[in-house]
Design a protein around this ligand. Structure first.
Ligand code: NAD
Ligand code: ZN
Length: 362
């Protein structure tokens, strides 16, 4: 058993509390990882607010991180102590029908198909003050050590800087893949991205890498525009600067509406605006933002009848175990610069300050 620090969410709406926890050794088929760096994704904020379904408290959140294998359970063959790894909040068992389908990345042997935030054997490896603490999406990267099923771990290049590639566990991969895999953005096309947080800016990067000729970035916080331009946005617009709905502004800017639109915020009204912003016939709109659990969206069916496609994405459509090591290699080969997504670096004890910065749009 390892004693270390972890940020525990004891109840909905409470700040995280950095506590000493006990982390049990990995059982058969599991890996214990020393987490070196973690990012903060807005999905974490949804979790702390209690608006993500099936999350039981107390829980150790965090799903975007990178670390080093500390020990392995019986039968683990794909990683060994000392390997650099990224924990995967969508695993890849390699055997289920979705893993066998080249078009899918939604492994059925995951916490999402069997809602519970314990490990697959329905127990936890975390205790704090004598109480069992839940895992989060199996990864719980806000702990100095965490235990994860082997098929939810991706081994990456030993040269990778963990404080930079931790973003590949969620934010970067989601946004970049939403453009490349889910929308399949074509060269010369026009794109609109609603929401320029870490994930939305990664969509901008994906659209640019796919060769889009016009990339329109949309946010109500104009402080995000300089970074968006640096990453490839050709136009940046603030819906609050216009009298008319933003979908009309985008349609006028592009003639018929964009070829691809992305909602990367998580609000029903911006989901509808993004859908209406892509062209009525061949436009593709990708839903990336997470709505509060139980929310519903009502749309005019004509929006789809004329031919538009509306789709969602989980982690950018990547088959995570296969894709993450390749994305890390591309990063090391300088194919893109995801370091520009990093705005602040804080010591672990200041994790709540990180959330303050996220809430403040910094
Ligand atoms: P973030 O908080 O860093 O960024 C959100 C951005 O949206 C901010 O820049 C904010 O100013 C902007 N915004 C808010 N309201 C707006 C409005 N009405 N119009 C235009 N812009 C507005 O968030 P993030 O970490 O980038 O995450 C974005 C969303 O993606 C969240 O909902 C998150 O849960 C979701 N997400 C989904 C997946 C997935 O697999 N589908 C993965 C990761 C994150
Ligand atoms: Zn995330």
């Amino acid at each position: 058993v390892i004693r270390c620090r972890a940020a525990v969410a004891w109840a909905v709406g409470k700040p995280l509390s950095v506590e000493e926890v006990e982390v049990a050794p990995p059982k058969a088929g599991e890996v214990r990882i020393k987490i070196v760096a973690a990012g903060i994704c807005h999905t974490e904020e949804h979790t702390l607010k209690g608006s993500l379904p099936n999350v039981e408290f107390p829980v150790i959140p965090g799903h975007e991180g990178a670390g080093i294998v500390e020990s392995i359970g019986e039968g683990v063959a794909s990683v060994k102590p000392g390997d650099k790894v990224i924990p995967l909040c969508i695993p890849q068992c390699g055997e289920c029908s979705f893993c066998l389908n080249p078009e899918s990345n939604f492994c059925q042997k995951s916490h999402l198909c069997e809602p519970q935030n314990l490990l697959p054997d329905k127990t936890s490896r975390f205790t704090c003050k004598g109480k069992q603490i839940h895992h989060f999406l199996w990864v719980s990267t806000f702990a100095e050590y965490t235990v994860i099923p082997e098929y939810a771990v991706a081994k990456i290049d030993a040269a990778a800087p963990l404080d930079k590639v931790c973003l590949f566990g969620c934010g970067f991969s989601t946004g970049y893949g939403a453009a490349i895999n889910t929308a399949k953005v074509k060269p010369g096309s026009t794109c609109a991205i609603f929401g320029l947080g870490g994930v939305g800016l990664s969509v901008v990067m994906g659209c640019k890498a796919a060769g889009a000729s016009r990339i329109i970035a949309v946010d109500i916080n104009k402080d995000k525009f300089a970074r968006a331009k640096e990453l490839g946005a050709t136009d940046c617009i603030n819906p609050r600067d216009f009298q008319k709905p933003i979908q009309e502004v985008l349609t006028e800017m592009t003639g018929q509406g964009v070829d691809y639109s992305f909602e990367v915020i998580g609000h029903a009204d911006t989901m509808i605006a993004a859908l209406a912003s892509c062209n009525m016939n061949t436009g593709i709109c990708v839903m990336v933002g997470v709505l509060d659990s139980g929310s519903e969206i009502s749309i005019d069916p004509m929006l789809l009848l004329t031919g538009r496609t509306w789709k969602g994405t989980v982690l950018g459509g990547w088959k995570m175990r296969d894709a993450i090591p390749k994305l890390v290699s591309s990063y090391l080969d300088k194919k893109f610069n995801s370091d520009l997504l990093i705005t602040h670096t804080l010591p672990f004890a200041k994790v709540n300050e990180g959330f303050e910065l996220l809430r403040a749009g910094k």
